[in-house]
Design a protein around this ligand. Structure first.
Ligand SMILES: CC(C)(COP(=O)(O)OP(=O)(O)OC[C@H]1O[C@@H](n2cnc3c(N)ncnc32)[C@H](O)[C@@H]1OP(=O)(O)O)[C@@H](O)C(=O)NCCC(=O)NCCS
Length: 178
């Protein structure tokens, strides 16, 4: 669990799947994340199970972003592991030295524009470098995802090559400073 000025970042619990229905059903918020996921509304436990599986496999994964003031679930932020040879999802064990951790983020739309994503991503990045021992952290951002690019810029990231992700297509690699 990580605490920031306004947020609590913690491992997901079942109720977070219910809170995530709005985000995963919103075509605007999901535009660069593969589109809406109707399955989350039908089976909220499914998405939480998938998040927790990542923690089990990699000792890192998505964290729920909870507003401390009122306990509201705002979205998720955390580390996803890619195989840099194929840009498919993997585990540190399977990909070995080709494993590339990514810092990813998504907030329900009503919570955009308040600095929550910057606050959450800054704290998770610090955790990833200082506590989790990750050496190189990137964010993979679709070329048209202007909001996400602005966030990466605010976080001091630098843009390099474009890669082809298995699920969502072309993405620019934004490298995080240490
Ligand atoms: C990408 C995403 C997380 C960015 O959210 P965001 O709210 O714009 O980002 P931040 O939390 O950094 O907020 C910054 C904005 O809040 C404003 N803000 C207001 N109060 C603030 C505060 N106290 N501190 C900092 N910024 C504040 C800033 O001025 C800035 O506004 P601007 O974008 O108009 O310049 C969000 O758009 C999202 O979830 N998108 C859908 C999912 C997605 O595409 N994920 C990424 C896939 S790569």
């Amino acid at each position: 669990m990580i605490e920031t000025a306004r947020l609590l970042l913690r491992k997901p619990v079942y109720e977070d799947g219910l809170a995530a229905i709005d985000l995963y059903g919103d075509p605007v918020a999901m535009e660069f994340l593969g589109g809406v996921h109707p399955r989350v509304a039908a089976d909220p436990g499914f998405v939480v199970g998938a998040w927790l599986k990542r923690w089990e496999d990699n000792d890192c994964g998505p964290l729920s972003i909870v507003r401390r003031m009122d306990g509201r679930w705002l979205g998720r932020v955390g580390i996803l592991v890619w195989d840099a040879r194929t840009w498919t999802h993997t585990t540190f064990t399977d990909a070995g030295e080709d494993a590339q951790p990514e810092l990813g983020w998504a907030l329900a739309r009503e919570h955009w524009g308040q600095g929550y994503a910057t606050e959450a991503a800054t704290a998770v990045r610090e955790w990833a470098y200082d506590e989790r021992g990750i050496e190189r952290l990137v964010s993979l951002i679709a070329p048209a995802n202007a909001r996400s690019q602005r966030l990466a810029e605010r976080l001091g990231c630098t843009r390099s090559e474009t890669v082809e992700l298995c699920d969502t297509g072309p993405a620019e690699v934004w490298e995080h400073p240490r």
